[in-house]
Design a binder for this molecule. Sequence first.
Ligand SMILES: Nc1ncnc2c1ncn2[C@@H]1O[C@H](COP(=O)(O)OP(=O)(O)OP(=O)(O)O)[C@@H](O)[C@H]1O
Ligand SMILES: [Mg+2]
Length: 332
Amino acid sequence: MIGNHPRENTENILEVRDLVQTFSQPYGILDRLTGKPRKTVHAVNGVSFSIRRKEVFSLVGESGCGKSTTARTIVRLLEPRSGSIVFDGEDISAYSPTRMMHVRKKMQMIFQDPYASLNPRQRIKDIIMEPMLFHKTVAGKEEAHAEMYRLLDIVGFRPEQAERYPHQFSGGQRQRIGIARALSTNPSFIVADEPVSALDVSIQAQVLNLMMDLKDEFSLSYLFIAHDLSVVRHVTERLGIMYLGFLVEQGDRDVIFDTPLHPYTRALLAAAPTLDRERTGDPLQGDVPSPIDLPPGCPFVSRCPRRMDVCSRERPVLRKIEGRFAACHLYQ
Ligand SMILES: Nc1ncnc2c1ncn2[C@@H]1O[C@H](COP(=O)(O)OP(=O)(O)OP(=O)(O)O)[C@@H](O)[C@H]1O
Ligand SMILES: [Mg+2]
């Protein structure tokens, strides 16, 4: 039965500590012949945060800063290089794929591209029933059918639409189908990686509001990833700002949006002015450095309008300052 999990008493659904993820750069035959060393992409560099039960926590930052890699490592689609992931009280960092299967039904993903993420040859009913039958969260086909119709109704479809195929639906409708599929295993945690970026602006609010209604109805926690700060501000309770695989600032939504401290956060917010807020800093200049050769000091040093000598020598750590955490020498 969906919607009434036995809940643990621990406050956090997820605790991520010092998470590190790297990739080997593709190594071609020419590289081998010339004896070039294999290079490493440092995608996630010691990220720590936690998500409370029934909370929305967002990761924001420019393209390539490691948001998706962090998310994919947390749900163990990728093996973490190091660090720990505690989900619902269990340290899943080193779980085998078999052990992960039991956890995976409790942590589901909603993907960015509602076109690519639904199998075009499956009917909607089978798309939604497949995970519950696979994870055996229902007793059999009959219960799966009943549950599927219930979920379809919750995300706003009529029963007869269950017989259709994905191509018969619009982008927003497909995303709602993806949401029904995510809910089908009775999860307590959902990772939503850019869930509305591919949708028309007019449809985005509809899908976001559905996600937020479901959060209350099903007692869900979300890890929400988006590059649109107005979307994040609308849905999130806390957020972390990532730059070059590092978390540079983290805290409650209003604290971060109203009084950003890290020069990168200030620049991000300044680049996205809203009606009710004036620009708070200088927009960003220059490019993000390569994640292959990380700078020894602050990851943001090459673009920081307030850099000091110490910034290129020493890497700042996240410290509590003025009601949030920030990693910046200006405040250490
Ligand atoms: N499979 C992979 N192999 C090699 N490098 C990768 C791989 N996946 C990601 N990367 C690199 O890791 C870094 C982080 O990528 P990631 O996709 O996590 O960023 P992101 O913040 O999700 O960006 P976007 O906003 O564009 O989705 C980037 O430099 C990217 O090129
Ligand atoms: Mg991404």
